[in-house]
Ligand binder design. Structure first.
Ligand code: ZN
Length: 452
């Protein structure tokens, strides 16, 4: 019997997945694994053909990896599709219209934490594969489906689940032709200050570091203060960082991104300047400097986000620190930014990089796999779509996959044509049912056409 793609059933399956409160924790020891393994069982029960015909195994603490063996007739390298099972905390319960872990289906949407980020993507992949299996379809190449468990805490204090997946497959000698993760996709041009619609395939992401910059001092009673206490140093460090931001520069990936968007930018004058960034560099600099959303693409950012002195008003601090968050542009590294900070903060302060990673390499969209994603978008949503090789300013699990494939892409199969927000990481997170079913259909077509 054919397992049809029925929007209401897709919604019910997503609703079921939302019921598992799969919260990841910074300290892995604090994680409750019960909901993760509950979700594994749920997937295997909900998709009997996948359970029967695909190999599956647990990778790392609770990663779920499926392997769909192909006929081998195609020379195409395997497809690696992924999503993360974990979710961020629900925030203020009283602000949710429906409880965050009940997966309520109402008003044409599935509501709850994870309903969009990222369980919708997981369900879309599973529905698509279950449907194809029911028709007797077998791909001519191998398919891997990987569901990770600590994306939202970027691995926390332990090994990233996505890294564990990549290591596991690389050790078996697997090399994939494409990896598909969240982070890009079809979107209204307005979300990128552009006209029309955009097919954004994200080809790379900036690095990330949390720095602690501190000064130790003898402390003492606040009634007899001395000059140059620990907090004075912190204040000077903050001002030094403000006054010594990294200069703007242009990377090849950022150049490609803006040259793709430039012709459709709402601001025609800005579009004209961005169509030849090098030629218009002097004119662009003051514009970039005034626009934080633009500036983030052109330099490594440094921003103080936390600070602390002593614990009480009448105590001089024995230690004062400022926490500085940095997002690294391609070309900088955790080491180079550490050295840079040491060179600008007052002497006598320590600069310690805590959690962090270097920027990823940046790929491009000049290959069959990326062009297939673009073609499928045009077939579904019309010809008038601009392809943009995007660079992610935040972070995704994809940063761990660069050893596994040369085409590491962030591209979700969803497009909400009503322009609604899925409210990821906010209260009232949701996925629109039609959008969900559209994503399933997109994945079916992608699997059928890849490698052809
Ligand atoms: Zn996510």
């Amino acid at each position: 019997m054919i397992y049809e793609i029925i929007p209401q059933r897709c919604a019910e399956h997503l609703s079921g997945a939302v019921k598992f409160a799969t919260l990841s924790k910074d300290h892995e020891a604090d994680t409750d694994w019960t909901p993760f393994f509950g979700l594994h069982d749920y997937i295997l029960k909900t998709y009997p053909l996948i359970a029967e015909k695909l190999e599956h195994e647990v990778v790392g603490k609770a990663g779920l990896l499926f392997h769909w063996k192909g006929t081998g007739k195609s020379k195409a390298l395997p497809v690696f599709m992924m999503a993360h099972m974990d979710v961020v905390p629900e925030g203020d319960w009283s602000k949710w219209n429906y409880p965050p872990y009940e997966g309520v289906i109402a008003d044409g949407h599935v509501w709850g934490r994870g309903a969009s980020d990222c369980k919708a993507q997981m369900i879309a992949q599973l529905e698509a594969v279950e449907h194809l299996l029911s028709t007797g379809y077998q791909p001519d190449y191998d398919v891997y489906m990987a569901y990770c468990y600590n994306e939202e805490v970027a691995g926390g204090d332990s090994l990233s689940s996505a890294q564990a997946m990549a290591d596991h497959l690389i050790a078996k000698g697997v090399k994939c032709g494409i990896t598909l993760d969240e982070g890009g996709g079809m979107r209204a041009g307005s979300s990128m200050d552009a006209e029309g619609r955009i097919c954004a395939i994200s080809v790379g992401e900036k690095g990330y570091v949390d720095f602690e910059i501190y000064r130790l001092d003898e402390g003492g009673h606040s009634s007899t203060p001395h000059h140059g206490g620990a907090l004075d140093y912190v204040a000077e460090a903050i001002l030094a960082i403000r006054d010594h931001q990294y200069p703007y520069r242009l990377t090849p990936a950022v150049k490609a991104r803006f040259e793709a968007i430039a012709p459709v930018m709402k601001d025609k004058e800005l579009g004209r300047l961005l169509s030849d960034i090098e030629g218009n560099w002097d004119e662009l600099l003051p514009i970039i400097d005034k626009n934080p959303k633009l500036a983030a693409y052109f330099h490594t950012t440094l921003v103080p986000t936390m600070a602390q002195g002593s614990q009480q008003g009448n105590i001089l601090p024995e230690k004062a620190y400022v926490g500085v968050n940095s997002r690294l542009l391609q070309g900088d590294t955790v080491e180079s930014v550490t050295e840079y900070l040491k060179s600008i903060v007052p002497e006598g302060m320590e600069v310690v990089p805590h959690k962090g990673h270097n920027p990823t390499p940046c790929g491009n969209v000049d290959n069959d796999a990326a062009q297939l994603l673009y073609s499928l978008c045009k077939e579904r949503y019309g010809e008038d779509i601009t392809l943009v090789p995007d660079v992610v300013l935040g972070g995704t699990d994809s940063k761990f996959l660069y050893g596994l494939s040369d085409n590491v892409y962030r591209f979700g199969p969803f497009f909400n044509q009503k322009g609604e927000s899925s409210r990821a990481h906010q209260v009232n997170e949701n996925t629109d049912i039609e959008t969900l079913a559209g994503g399933v259909e997109f994945m079916v077509e992608f699997i059928k056409r890849y490698g052809k």
